[in-house]
Design a protein. Structure first.
Length: 260
């Protein structure tokens, strides 16, 4: 794992934590001034506002966390589906005559190597796109050779056995690629940050009545919220952070080892 790949999520979460701590302190100081000028009305009507905003923050965290976890599971399952599709297509190649079968076996090995390399190259977007283009070229070559073999006298009747698994193997690439781009609109994350900052301000304001700062509450609230956001970001981008789908790649690696 590249340590540098974890930095964007870590920096965002760290910035959120620091911003919340600053706003907790700003809210506390504002509350102190308000209490000094209006001791009776400083807290009037704040209960309903605090309840609404903190409830909305909790709902938004639950929504984004649940969605990220679901998408993480989908991406992991798609890897297994691709391994199954390639394995089925590989087995069907035995129906074809030589030398076509041998040539396709060699292409399949290089094709699977390309699929594994595509996700090893993340987060290098340009290199990943080049490898995806290389995968697409090999798909065309595999299809051309297999379809030509099915039109020969020896391969006649094999089209319905060999070609559908190849089509499924190619389709899953598109499905996995598109799934990697499925994320909530960025405004959702913007709202999450804004609500976290707003709730920090209100929480600090509510602590103004105490003589001393409650560092445990302040730091705990900021750190727990920041950690929750960090986990959400890691689940959304499982090739970049500490929470990864790399373990699911083992299905493709083990399949490659069987292609002797």
């Amino acid at each position: 794992m590249k340590f540098g790949a974890t930095l964007p999520s870590f920096l965002l979460a760290s910035g959120l934590c620091l911003g919340m701590l600053l706003l907790l302190e700003a809210g506390r100081r504002l509350g102190k001034r308000r209490l000094a000028s209006d001791p009776e009305g400083a807290r009037a009507g704040l209960g309903a506002v605090e309840g609404s905003l903190f409830g909305l923050l909790g709902l938004l965290i639950a929504f984004t966390f649940g969605g990220a976890a679901t998408r993480f599971d989908i991406r992991r399952d798609l890897i297994v589906q691709e391994a199954n599709a390639i394995s089925t297509a590989w087995a069907r190649l035995d129906m074809l005559p030589d030398p076509t079968r041998t040539k396709l076996h060699d292409l399949f090995r290089r094709y699977l190597d390309s699929r594994l390399e595509t996700y090893r190259l993340v987060p290098d977007i340009e290199a990943t796109r080049r490898e995806l283009a290389r995968t697409g070229d090999m798909q065309k070559e595999i299809w051309s050779i297999a379809s030509a073999a099915c039109r020969t006298e020896e391969g006649r009747g094999m089209a319905m056995v060999v070609l559908p698994p190849l089509n499924e193997m190619f389709d899953i690439v598109t499905t996995r690629t598109r799934a990697s781009y499925h994320h909530p609109p960025k405004i959702i994350f913007g709202m999450l940050f804004l609500l976290s900052f707003g709730c920090s301000m209100l929480a600090g304001y509510g602590m103004a009545a105490g003589r001393e700062r409650s560092w445990g509450h302040m730091v705990g609230f900021a750190v727990i919220t920041a950690v929750a956001v960090y986990v959400i970001l890691d689940l959304e981008y499982p090739r970049l952070g500490l929470i990864r789908v790399d373990a699911a790649d083992q299905a493709l690696i083990e399949l490659r080892e069987t292609m002797k």
